[in-house]
Design a protein around this ligand. Structure first.
Ligand code: PMP
Length: 386
């Protein structure tokens, strides 16, 4: 990479060179449509099937339930549209949490606008996880699907999937979880967690962008209806010629994540903690957004009181951080995740997300501390609040 100190892994993680190595032969020699019956086509199909196994292994899932997509946005669309389309009569409501990614929120909103379902939003606690009491109150035998993310992109806060799935299944509904931010960083066993379908994305786990998967249990996969219709690829659940290089990359990234995430988590958590304590030593009035005892090892979301986050980003030099989720960057509205946690507008606007990962070094953390301190002090002085 360049001289950038890249601390935006939750936005998009850099491609691991070992993943690129796995993909290169497909770019160079991987001729053939994976659904063709000639030899090159069958070779491509075999590559896809071995990637399917690697992806399934990442969460101890069944290979039969893996549907390759063009990323987590598509996987979330497939889960929400495809599972509500098959819901039983009388089950006309779905629940999503207040801090879901836009691809869950907007899909649910669209389903609601079309009159296909009624959508209720489950609030989160001040710590950023789903309010379990509120969830219990909203559940009922008219619910077809509940979608709650495994880990939040902006705060890293984790949800208790096993507890949520217990509640959801008690009322006979399906449970989908957007695990895009979790899978590369924390281990997950789909059956132990009781999740019926999970969304993942290549570029959040040091794999390629533009590829992901919906992983459903066998039974759930049988209920799923397609969103993309056409030639009947992926057992009719996602038509379109398969992106073999991308899928091989997702498989390789999944295999590396399964092997390395425990050690990597420990290493990255100590760098993250050094970053937070280094900043707190040099700057007053920093608060952490989201429960620090219940979050991903790589994420810290910090409020620098009196310093607008966008202004800090402009002055922070080559340090890449985020002032909201990267997916909603560009919009001037403060982070809806932080607002849903009860922060006021000003507090949300003064917050920045630092997300670390596989290639983050101690030297980069030192530089990030130095640059952030200088930028925050400068912005505070300009505002007259220092
Ligand atoms: N869900 C979450 C939690 C995400 O963080 C993202 C990416 N920002 C997505 C879904 C969308 O993933 P993709 O970019 O693969 O469509």
């Amino acid at each position: 990479m360049s001289d950038d100190v890249y601390l935006d892994y939750n936005g998009s993680a850099p491609l691991d060179p070992r993943v690129l190595d796995a993909m290169m032969p497909i770019f160079q020699n991987g001729v053939g449509n994976a659904s063709a019956i000639h030899h090159p086509g069958r070779t491509q199909a075999a590559r896809v099937e071995s990637a399917r196994e690697q992806v399934a292994r990442l969460m101890n899932a069944s290979t039969n339930g893996v549907v390759f997509t063009a990323g987590a946005t598509e996987a979330n669309n497939l889960a929400l549209q495809g599972l509500t389309a098959a819901s039983q009569a009388g089950r006309s409501r779905i629940l999503i949490s207040a801090v879901e990614h836009a691809s869950v929120k907007a899909t649910a909103a669209w389903l609601g606008q079309e009159g296909l379902v009624k959508v209720d939003i489950v609030p989160v606690t001040a710590g950023g996880s789903v309010d379990l009491d509120a969830l219990e109150e909203l559940l009922g035998d008219d619910i077809s699907l509940v979608s709650v993310m495994a880990a939040n992109s902006e705060t890293g806060v984790l949800n208790q999937l096993d507890v949520i799935s217990g509640l959801v299944h008690e009322c006979g509904a399906l449970f989908h979880s957007d695990a895009t931010q979790l899978v590369g960083r924390v281990s997950i066993d789909m059956s132990a967690a009781g999740v019926d379908a999970v969304s993942i994305s290549g570029h959040k786990i040091c794999g390629p962008t533009g590829v992901g998967a919906l992983i459903a249990t066998r039974t759930t996969a049988r209920q799923l209806r397609p969103v993309l219709h056409g030639g009947g690829h992926e057992r009719g659940l996602r038509s379109g010629s398969l992106n073999v290089a991308g899928i091989v990359g997702l498989g390789a990234a999944s295999a590396l994540a399964a092997e390395e995430r425990a050690d990597e988590g420990n290493r990255v958590a100590s760098l993250r903690d050094a970053l937070v304590s280094g900043l707190k030593e040099q700057l007053p009035e920093i608060t952490e957004n989201g429960d620090p005892d219940n979050r991903l090892p790589n994420t810290a979301n910090l409020r620098f009181a009196g310093a607008d986050g966008e202004a800090v980003m402009v002055n922070i030099g080559p340090v890449a951080v985020s002032s909201g989720s990267a997916c909603s960057a560009g919009a001037l509205e403060p982070s809806p995740v932080l607002l849903a946690m009860g922060l006021d507008r000003e507090a949300a606007e003064e917050s920045l997300r630092f997300s670390l990962g596989r290639f983050t070094t101690p030297r980069e953390i030192d530089e990030a501390i130095e640059r952030t301190v200088t930028a925050v002090e400068y912005v505070r002085t300009m505002n007259g609040s220092a």
